[in-house]
Design a protein around this ligand. Structure first.
Ligand code: RIB
Ligand code: CA
Length: 315
């Protein structure tokens, strides 16, 4: 019996932790553990042109040439996070990589999402940035089999306001539309990703067999990400960073590492103090939308073991 491997579209805004998640997914694609049908990008952590180039860089980094990469023309009016991810979105670590080869004809993220899902109805969307592209897709009544997303904060504080997490706060209207209209969603909020602490131990293990420019790139990216996480007081002063986005990749193929519950989720879009807050309902009342599985816990040590060993397999 041939087991069908997951067919996915990755929707992202590579900045640093997106880049790690993208590398993990591309490595699994090379190993034929998953099949990436397309990578779609738009502005978020940094501008749309930079996130597009960084997605191309991730493919080149692993020599993946069979995955189309889309660029978006959507300009969402929200402050990006270039102050966190650096001008090139990779803390200027891109200087260790060859100049990225930009295709003569760039594909549109919107068009890729639509054509791929129409052709492959089994497609799952893995998203670790604002939900702008996906809301536009659902508005055309085009539905993936499942959406696995990193975003939100359910029982913990936000990271861009007291109550809002960056991916949701960047485009709250789109996020609310996705939680309301999608058929099957898995949400990995800060409640669980703030447990995914990546330390020098994991970095040294991943780099143990890697030499040359690739090793210098990954080391520079990791060290800068340590610095920014510490500067944003996400690490209690310790040298580590949170692998928010890689949680989406793990949820796809290591679901046994996670626990959670189905909860109705909406997003506050109106009021200044709470705009971008993910609102759930824990009361014992009949719930209108029961299609969002909210992940609340993870086995951090076995998560890191899976991620590091997979990286050692394909780097
Ligand atoms: O809040 C964390 C999220 O915001 C991550 O996806 C990170 O890449 C940024 O997009
Ligand atoms: Ca992201």
């Amino acid at each position: 019996m041939n087991i069908k491997i997951p067919h996915v579209i990755i929707d992202c805004d590579p900045g640093a932790d997106d880049f790690f998640a993208l590398l993990w997914a591309l490595g699994l694609h090379k190993k034929k553990t998953i099949r990436i049908l397309a990578i779609t990008t738009t502005g978020g952590n940094v501008g749309a042109e930079i996130t597009y180039q960084n997605a191309l860089r991730a493919c080149e980094f692993l020599g993946v040439i069979d995955v189309p990469v889309g660029k978006s023309d959507i300009i969402v009016k929200s402050p990006d996070a270039s102050h966190i991810h650096g001008a090139d979105g990779l803390w200027n670590a891109s200087k260790y990589l060859p100049k990225v080869k930009i295709p003569k004809i760039s594909l549109s993220s919107d068009a890729l999402l639509e054509t791929v899902i129409k052709k492959h109805p089994e497609t799952q969307i893995l998203t670790f940035w604002p939900l702008t592209n996906i809301a536009r897709l659902l508005k055309k009544d085009i539905h993936p089999t499942r959406i696995i997303m990193m975003g939100g904060a359910v029982r913990v504080p936000g990271n861009v306001t007291p109550v809002a997490e960056f991916n949701i706060a960047y485009d709250p209207e789109s996020a609310d539309a996705v939680f309301t209209n999608a058929n099957h969603t898995v949400l990995l909020p800060l409640d669980v990703t703030s447990q995914l602490i990546f330390t020098r131990h994991e970095m040294n293990t991943i780099l143990s067999d890697l030499k040359g420019k690739k090793a210098k790139f990954l080391e520079a990216l990791t060290l800068h990400t340590f610095k920014t996480n510490m500067a944003f007081r996400e690490t209690a002063g310790m040298e580590w960073f949170l692998v928010h986005d890689a949680s989406v990749i793990a949820m796809l193929i290591y679901p046994h590492l996670f626990r959670g519950q189905f909860l109705p989720v909406r997003v506050e879009t109106k009021w200044e103090l709470t705009r971008g807050q993910t609102v759930t309902d824990l009361r014992n009342v009949a719930q209108p939308n029961t299609h969002t599985f909210v992940v609340t816990d993870v086995d951090r040590d076995r998560f890191m073991e899976s991620m590091v060993q997979d990286f050692l397999n394909f780097l």
